[in-house]
Design a binder for this molecule. Sequence first.
Ligand SMILES: [Zn+2]
Length: 207
Amino acid sequence: MNDIGRSRLQVGVDVPWVTSWSGEALAGVAPCATVGGGLAVRQGERPGFGRPQYSRNHMRRQRESVARMLCPMCGAPTATGDRWLQTARRVAAGALRARGFGDMLPADLRDDRVLVDAGAIAPCHLRCAKRAAAYCPHLQAHTSGELIAFPPAWTILPLMVKATPAHLIGPVSRAVPVVAFLQLCGVTEEHDAGWRSHAVEAGFSAR
Ligand SMILES: [Zn+2]
């Protein structure tokens, strides 16, 4: 198989829709609809060409999956009540603020509110989560197999990198913050009164 030829593997069936392919090179920085037209890292769009890069998400598809609640496995929208995570970490809003994410969290979210930090992975349909658990060796090795229900409310945290857009490249190139991926946190109705000590136990200090 040619490295950039069309793969026999099917996107959304054999390979998750959000996965990056070797035929999709990074392509600088450009305004992107997934972040409201702001600057974001751009990547070529040739899903299904070359080899799947299972450990990497495609930059735009990852952002789109979080921004529009698309299932990362099949790429179709998910609905409230059918959103499931393979892995997630429960964390208080205050603990995320202590790690420097304060500017990105809604100001009215109390420090003791429990969030479900999904990282950069949007929730899947139940049928897709079950299919992934049956076929993906990585999931079998690294998760308990128990699915976590994603709450009906959530907040999105942009993960920023510094990059220089084409129009700022010149004798005095200037790097600016641009969005790489989007991180997703479900907002539960629960409160954790002991969040400060739990944050310390988890290895980061709370103010
Ligand atoms: Zn799906």
